[in-house]
Design a protein around this ligand. Structure first.
Ligand SMILES: Cc1cc2nc3c(=O)[nH]c(=O)nc-3n(C[C@H](O)[C@H](O)[C@H](O)COP(=O)(O)OP(=O)(O)OC[C@H]3O[C@@H](n4cnc5c(N)ncnc54)[C@H](O)[C@@H]3O)c2cc1C
Length: 497
């Protein structure tokens, strides 16, 4: 539609650049902290990325999110149009509702021309905006383009779940190929490889293991013969309501499958050691997260021996017990001389968590209001930044929230972290918060985009979460929509007059 407005001749006359699809920063409206943000030197979100050699020694002090011309200068008009169109579509609630209904519907399970049509529509819209391509070759091309603009990528083979061992094995080989692809690329392009434990260990087994771990937390004498050395998974305040009665011990078959899952993870860790790239393990629903943390920490104890962590776990700051668990895990890691890696996020499964807790008659494990989540995120980030300076831990601050990122950047600057420090990475999802990514990069920090790749069908759950996150006029992408629209109008006027 919008492409018709600008004829091909006009498009040709407009400035064309060679950067990949990007969007502007997403969050300015929500306050990320009760701290006075005005006291913090801001990031310059408008400057073009600088080559590493010329990076400034300290963050520039002007936060300018209004100058759309400068902000989008590196973007080809065609890409800007596509990004703008997708963000505006995502703001139309009925359209998003309909898309989500279609993506979840039985139509997707049928092998007919309607399904092909739907997949084609998704491929050219949300998929193109949020994903790096179908395979490692396309993802590598996307990484190279990102790298030309000073950013790196967290390479994510986007399978999310497996229900049996055959599926786990297939997924495992996909992850292994991803590590191989990372190894073959220049080290400056890939910051990490991402894995979801639910894709390499059967989901129902992870639920069973989580139940058993929770029961042991309630009853410390409860014996788990298969349990290996790990860091603390729970704190005293962790909710244990998911496990109402004593679970049956794992059957020999289940123990065998758990071992297989663990071996897949350890093989991936070994491959990452050889490729010299960290393995980042995503966090998921609380029904399976204890098992994920258990597998993460036990493999970290084996592989995070050097100064540079190989295994990174994920902490979800929207959980009330997040900070306590983080403190306990880092303290134990320090004692064991394990250099732990943590990705810090707010958390993506809020409504499911609230529904589950309420269906069982318990309080939600999520902070009672958004301010508490913001404070928890900022506190955990601050703690982790101090941990970097005091020891050998590594941190990925994964957020689109400008104020949280600014606070963290200021703290890192005060602590003398920055300018290519390998222990600190900021990260945003590909297709979101582009201005923030470049602002942080220009301030001298390492910045990555979270880059999912895979066939459209595989990426569907991920796309559904992105659709949810960007839906509605009041969503976090509001600023992106306004700025892309303004910039497109400016370019059109520049050609016409
Ligand atoms: C690189 C990267 C990796 C990620 N990996 C994971 C992962 O492994 N696991 C995972 O769960 N998520 C992951 N996420 C998603 C993340 O958890 C968030 O959903 C998303 O980034 C939005 O949070 P934000 O920090 O960008 O902040 P904002 O843009 O400020 O988002 C705030 C959002 O937090 C939510 N929220 C949290 N707590 C509350 C509350 N108490 N009341 C109301 N709303 C609340 C609301 O939906 C609100 O819109 C990742 C994100 C990135 C950028």
């Amino acid at each position: 539609m919008a492409a018709k407005v600008l004829s091909s001749k006009l498009l040709k006359n407009l400035r064309f650049f060679t950067r990949p699809l990007v969007t502007s920063s997403s969050t300015t409206s929500s306050s990320a902290s009760s701290s006075p943000i005005s006291a913090i030197p801001s990031l310059n979100l408008t400057q073009k990325p600088l080559p590493t050699a010329t990076l400034p020694k300290s963050p520039p002090s002007i936060l300018d999110l209004q100058d759309h011309q400068k902000l989008f200068a590196p973007l080809p008009t065609k890409k800007l149009l596509h990004a703008s169109l997708i963000l505006h579509m995502a703001a139309m609630e009925p359209l998003v509702d309909f898309s989500i209904w279609v993506m979840n519907s039985r139509l997707m399970g049928m092998d007919n021309s309607i399904r092909d049509l739907i997949l084609r529509a998704i491929r050219h819209s949300f998929y193109k905006h949020f994903c790096a391509g179908e395979d490692t070759v396309e993802a590598a091309n996307c990484l190279k383009r990102l790298n030309e603009s000073g950013l790196r990528g967290m390479l994510d083979f986007a399978v999310e779940f497996a229900s049996d061992n055959d599926a786990c094995d297939r997924n495992f080989h996909g992850f292994l190929s991803t590590v191989e692809a990372a190894k073959s690329l220049p080290p400056s392009t890939v910051s990490s490889v991402v894995v979801k434990i639910t894709a390499i260990c059967p989901l129902n087994l992870l639920e069973r293991v989580s139940d058993l771990l929770r029961w042991q937390q309630k009853h410390p004498s409860f014996n788990l013969p298969w349990k290996q050395n790990t860091l603390p998974i729970f704190s005293d305040s962790s909710p244990l309501y998911h496990t109402v009665k004593k679970p049956e011990p794992l059957t020999p078959e289940e123990e065998k499958h758990l071992l297989l899952g663990q071996q897949r993870l350890l093989k991936l860790c070994q491959a990452c050691v050889e490729a010299n790239v960290p393995l980042v393990i995503d966090a998921e629903h609380s029904t399976v997260q204890p098992a994920i943390d258990y597998l993460t920490y036990s493999s970290a104890i084996k592989y995070n021996k050097d100064d540079k962590p190989i295994v990174y776990g994920t902490i979800q700051a929207y959980l009330k017990d997040a900070k306590e668990r983080l403190l306990l895990a880092t303290k134990a890691a320090d004692k064991m001389r394990v250099s732990m890696g943590f990705k810090l996020v707010r958390g993506a499964y809020m409504s499911t968590e609230r529904k589950l807790a309420s269906s069982l008659g318990y309080q939600s494990p999520i902070h009672n209001n958004i301010q508490q989540t913001h404070s928890c995120y900022n506190d955990c980030a601050s703690f982790l930044l101090e941990a970097i300076t005091n020891g050998s831990h590594g941190v990925i601050l994964a957020t689109h929230n400008v104020q949280s990122a600014t606070l963290a950047a200021k703290k890192a600057q005060d602590l003398g972290i920055g300018n290519g420090n390998q222990k600190l990475e900021f990260a945003q999802v590909y297709g979101m918060a582009e201005a923030l990514s470049f602002g942080l990069r220009n301030a001298g920090f390492q910045v990555s985009k979270y880059l999912p790749f895979g066939h459209v069908e595989i990426v569907m759950p991920y796309l559904l979460r992105r659709a949810e996150e960007n839906r509605g006029l009041l969503s976090a992408s509001g600023l992106d929509r306004v700025l892309t629209r303004k910039e497109l109008c400016r370019r059109l006027k520049a050609v016409l007059f």
